[in-house]
Design a protein around this ligand. Sequence first.
Ligand SMILES: [Zn+2]
Length: 224
Amino acid sequence: MRWLTRGGLVAACAVGAGTTWGLGWGGLALLAAFFLSGSVLSQLAERQGPHRTARQVLANGGVAAVAALFGAWAAAAGAIAAAAADTWATEIGAFSPFPPRLITSGRRVTRGTSGGITALGTLGGVAGAATIAWLAHVLGPRCAAPGLATVTGAGVAGMLADSLLGATLQGKYQCPACDARFERANTVCHELVILTGGWRWLDNDGVNLAATLCGAAVALVGSH
Ligand SMILES: [Zn+2]
């Protein structure tokens, strides 16, 4: 099992160090729980373990690390809960007997399409957020441990933001020759794919970053 590219490993070490510096070992344990649970779930779903790049690691863990450096337990926990909810939803949703529907229109979409959700995956995402919330509650400082409902809600809000952005503003691409759909610019199918919707600069990593930011913001507001 190789989980990270070389750059991804460097980024993961930076995120881990920043989080530990700001929040202590409890913060690192929270990050590790997200990372390990996501890896185990993707093994169970028998998906090709993604070798995460530095960009992907920072998109998922960067907001938590920055919040940690400010000593903001609730915000860091909310960001990690959002990342966990999204990961658990994706991996557990792979077991859904029904194909996903687009969160905005309800139209059926093929598996793996950004913005597509399943009931099973959504339940899995809520479970992921609740797991991180429980851990944050146990590991957080006794006087200022973030509330269970607050962090769970932050994680779920982040997951919904991820799906909404994935369905609307995230860049969508199509092969001009065969109409196959893609989510990455610079993909060559029969020809170079062309942008058919969304914003060119907003890819899956950007959406993940926005989702964790949303999780952090909801947790911050909810804990005051
Ligand atoms: Zn093609």
